[in-house]
Design a protein around this ligand. Structure first.
Ligand code: TPP
Ligand code: MG
Length: 330
């Protein structure tokens, strides 16, 4: 029997199965959304596919009862781990009134849910970074014990907001975890044309914080490094920059055709590293998952996706006047 790597991280068999199921749920919701989009039922999809391991591994390393997360649009794995349900995500896909993220006003992927400390973001990329830093500053001033966790793409790591936020957090030693989900593309631009440095994490030293690059297809490795970053933040030792390297398995969004800028062979090669498959294989190798349990998990996930789809499809839209609510002070 192969050694259980997760045990050395303090993760039980139950916990890693929970991680796997959450990754799978994110994947299957995402796949369903593409079908619904192509069937003309929902307007837009922006996928988590290929990044579930990084998202779920990271979110499991946080304290879901007190930490704040400022996810970006691909982070379905983060918000599912923090308590958003399949039904709630599907309600946002259909832009229905009951969508907790924005009542159907924002595009899908603009996650926000106060009760789970998922902080809503805006469409200009990277604006969530200074927000996360501000939340960490507030926590430090009020002597609270939470960390704030913010994610963004590698393309977004070139925006001024990233550099300003990272510098401020470094100067003031704030409990922030900056996690860059490097999926090798910013829409059509490959990573080689985005960064002058080799790794996004190389930038950490410039802001006085540790920086790490890890395999984003390995949820256990991401868990380990985010857990250490959270501990560092809680001890008062300041922020951390983490880069998770994976691959965007879908086009940028449902409005993009990636065949115009990358070879199908490249995508096919990346699919052999698909974290859903590789993590499933690890769990089987160490004897935590078998075929029976796998089919039970699959059935449970598909039932949740089907129920969420039916519920959201039949849910009412907001009244047209609702669009004017909360735009100006009420
Ligand atoms: C400030 C700003 N510029 C441009 C855009 C348009 N845009 C949306 S997503 C995106 C690519 C971002 O790439 P990356 O940060 O690598 O994230 P990924 O989509 O690959 O996860 C761009 C350019 C935007 N939303 N905001
Ligand atoms: Mg990218």
């Amino acid at each position: 029997m192969v050694k259980k790597r997760h045990e050395s991280l303090g993760l039980s068999d139950e916990a890693v199965l929970d991680m796997y199921e959450t990754m799978l749920l994110a994947r299957r919701i995402d796949e369903r959304m593409w079908l619904l989009n192509r069937a003309g039922k929902i307007p837009f999809v922006i996928s988590c596919q290929g990044q579930e391991a990084a998202q779920v591994g990271a979110a499991f390393a946080l304290d879901r009862s007190k930490d704040y997360v400022l996810p970006y649009y691909r982070d379905m794995g983060v918000v599912l781990t923090f308590g958003m349900t399949a039904k709630e995500i599907m309600l946002s896909g259909y832009a229905k009134a009951e969508d907790p993220n924005s009542g159907g006003r924002q595009m899908p992927g603009h996650f926000g849910q106060r009760k789970n400390r998922i902080v809503t973001g805006s469409s200009p990329v990277t604006t969530q970074v200074p927000h996360a830093v501000g939340i960490a500053l507030a926590g430090k001033m009020e002597k609270k014990d939470f960390v704030s966790f913010v994610t963004f793409g590698e393309g977004s790591s070139n925006q001024g907001d990233f550099h300003e936020g990272a510098n401020f957090a470094g100067v003031h030693k704030l409990p922030v975890i900056f996690m860059c989900e490097n999926n090798k593309y910013a829409i059509s631009v490959p990573v080689e044309k985005q960064l002058g440095c080799e790794k996004v994490s190389d930038r950490a030293i410039g802001y006085g914080m540790p920086g790490f690059t890890v395999d984003g297809n390995d949820p256990l490795e991401v868990y380990r490094v985010v857990k250490e970053a959270a501990d560092r933040g809680r001890r008062g030792d300041g922020p951390t920059l983490i880069e998770t390297v994976s691959y965007r398995l879908t086009p940028h969004s449902s409005d993009d055709d990636d065949r115009s800028y990358r070879a199908p062979d490249e995508v096919a090669a990346a699919k052999t590293q698909d974290p859903i498959i590789t993590f499933g294989a690890y769990l089987k190798e160490v004897g935590v998952l078998d075929d029976l349990l796998e089919s039970q998990i699959n059935n449970r996930v598909m039932e949740a996706v089907n129920e969420a789809t039916d519920y959201a499809e039949n849910a009412p839209y907001a009244a047209p006047e609702h669009a004017l609510n909360y735009v100006y002070g009420e």
